[in-house]
Design a protein around this ligand. Structure first.
Ligand SMILES: [Zn+2]
Length: 167
């Protein structure tokens, strides 16, 4: 398991975890990615921008790390099954990034849908939590959101446009 998640070239894990680190920077998450933090992602305690525990930050960590680990696993299985006859085949780096972007964008869209209280009474996710999960904590515009209620927040950039300015 450790091999597939952290070492295997077949799974493109190095590309996937690079994109996760870019995402972490936008959430001000400073956690090393290893088997321990991947397996423990569901119970990780992380500081938020406004307190010792940021529920949105913890939720972002949980969602993004678990989805990314699953994606790594899926890419590795595809290589083994669909490209079994070609040991040199590798999913191109850009394709791996695109796959990751699609997975996370889908989760963001799902979250937005689930914050509709009328439609999803039981699975309803509070609107503030959805926003806190996906807000870009490095974007200064988001400071105002907490001083002036109802100012729309700026979400983390996902995908090619979102990679601009990553330091
Ligand atoms: Zn391997």
């Amino acid at each position: 398991m450790e091999h597939v998640l952290m070492e295997c070239p077949d799974s493109r894990q190095e590309v996937i975890w690079d994109t996760v680190r870019e995402f972490f920077a936008r959430k001000r998450i400073d956690v090393e990615i290893n088997v321990g933090t991947i397996m423990g992602c569901a119970t990780m305690r992380l500081a938020g921008f406004w307190g010792a525990r940021g529920l949105g930050v913890e939720r972002a960590f949980r969602i993004v790390v678990s989805e990314s680990a699953f994606l790594v696993w899926k890419i590795r299985c595809e290589k083994r099954i669909q490209h079994a006859e070609d040991p040199d085949w590798q999913l191109p780096e850009e394709a791996a990034r695109e796959r990751w972007t699609a997975v996370i964008k889908k989760r963001m869209a799902q979250d937005k849908t689930l914050s509709d209280k009328k439609r999803f009474r039981k699975q309803y996710v509070a609107n503030w939590l959805v926003e806190d999960t996906w807000l870009d904590l490095r974007n200064p515009a988001n400071y105002n959101r907490y001083r002036i209620p109802r100012v729309p927040g700026v979400l983390v950039g996902i995908g090619v446009a979102g990679r601009d300015g990553v330091g």
